[in-house]
Design a protein around this ligand. Structure first.
Ligand SMILES: [Zn+2]
Length: 408
């Protein structure tokens, strides 16, 4: 089969073209056609595939959306979404690429060339890999750490290169010519290599699509960086994505500022004040709850008639966590003859048993009776034991059994 002439090599602004179908079948199980020439960029080099559509020149009302493009052994396959009959072998078709998507990719991809050059120039950090998706653009740098000053310096350097509006020049060069060009990385192929030069700041072997001048990248903004597999992953946006990212953040910030009735610039101080208030309230709540629990424990104790010098107080508090159950049980066991059997939990039963030291009763023994009914497990010491598990529906039976044991 013939190979495909890649029209985007010579003109990355070409959006419409005519071509002939050289294969019409499927690619990896999806309906696809191969063309003798194409402006569609196939996925590769960290840049996603173009999308668009093709139509038969003889029947322009017939249109096949191109959802993906793949390159295989020099042939560019256009994966079509339509299940209707594909354009037949030899058909002349017109192709149209989605320019908004392509230009976004050109801005991000070219921005990557520039930012990569910037990190080399400002802190000798080399780019190991690049990834571009609908949502994010990242490069991985071969350094374990980057500080804010280094990132800012690289970003400033990159934007100076953008605003200098440097020419971008792509051409195929022979192995001999190649030795004269200071390539950023040695090429992976040995024959003719496509070299992309950005002014005099970056020369790299690249098959991607680039604008004519760096000014079209618009702006480059690093939005974050973090350690990733022993390297540093830098996330950034270029061109139109800078505007999208700014609007997204602006919406979030305005919504938060409006909720706190402050201007956006006062947001950090307002959040800080809110956190202080919240911490104060949490401390107050904990203290108030503790005082309330002490009063409740005393009240329950007073309402429980003593039997053989013991008062077996039971309570079920579905909302209480284990710590609170222990606190309440502890208050009861501080009172003369007090034995507490307090339970909580919503899906899984939790039980705390506490015994005053004058009762001469082992809390673990009472708990064991309850755990036997519930089918749960627990532990502790003679004055306080806790356990959990089993079905909530058995909790009342378990408490009754523990009360009986506690009264013995
Ligand atoms: Zn490139």
């Amino acid at each position: 089969m013939d190979t495909t002439t890649r029209l985007y090599y010579d003109d990355s602004y070409l959006t419409t073209f005519t071509a002939q179908v050289i294969a019409s079948s499927e690619y990896n199980g999806r309906p696809a056609v191969a063309l003798d020439r194409s402006a569609f960029y196939p996925a590769g080099g960290g840049q996603p595939a173009d999308q668009g559509w093709i139509e038969a020149a003889s029947a322009p009302d017939r249109r096949w959306p191109v959802v993906d493009v793949q390159s295989d052994n020099g042939v560019v396959w256009h994966i079509l979404s339509a299940s209707e009959p594909l354009p037949a072998l030899g058909t002349t078709v017109t192709g149209q690429i989605n320019w908004a998507r392509r230009f976004d990719h050109m801005q991000q991809h070219c921005g990557q060339h520039i930012l990569t050059a910037a990190f080399i120039a400002t802190c000798q950090a080399a780019t190991v890999s690049f990834h571009l998706s609908e949502r994010s653009v990242t490069i991985d740098l071969d350094v374990t750490n980057l500080n804010e000053d280094q990132v800012q310096a690289a970003e400033a350097w990159a934007n100076q290169a953008v605003w200098a509006n440097l020419p971008i020049y792509a051409r195929f060069v022979s192995p001999t010519e190649l030795t004269q060009i200071p390539l950023r990385k040695p090429p992976t192929v040995s024959d003719s290599v496509r070299v992309v030069s950005i002014g005099n700041i970056d020369h790299s072997a690249c098959g991607g699509t680039h604008p004519a001048r760096t000014g079209e990248v618009g702006a480059i903004v690093v939005t974050g960086w973090s350690r990733h597999r022993g390297m540093t992953r830098v996330e950034f946006v270029c061109g139109g994505r800078v505007i999208t990212a700014l609007h997204e953040r602006d919406r979030a910030i305005r919504s938060a500022a409006s909720a706190l009735s402050v201007g956006w610039a006062e947001l950090p101080a307002a959040v800080s004040r809110l956190q202080e208030t919240l911490q104060g309230l949490q401390r107050e709540l904990t203290q108030t709850r503790r005082e309330l629990d002490a009063l409740r424990a005393a009240q329950w104790y007073a309402q429980t008639p003593p039997v053989n010098g013991r008062r077996v107080v039971t309570a079920t508090l579905p909302d209480a966590d284990l710590e609170r159950l222990r606190t309440i049980a502890g208050f009861i066991a501080e009172l003369p003859g007090g034995i507490a059997i307090v339970a909580g939990g919503t899906e899984r039963a939790q039980v705390v048993v506490a015994c005053a030291s004058d009762t001469a009763v082992d809390a673990r023994e009472i708990l064991a009776v309850g755990m036997k009914v519930l089918g749960g497990r627990g532990g502790g010491h003679a004055r306080m034991a806790q356990g959990g598990g089993g079905q909530m529906s058995l909790l009342a039976t378990a408490i009754a059994a523990m009360m009986e044991r506690a009264a013995l």
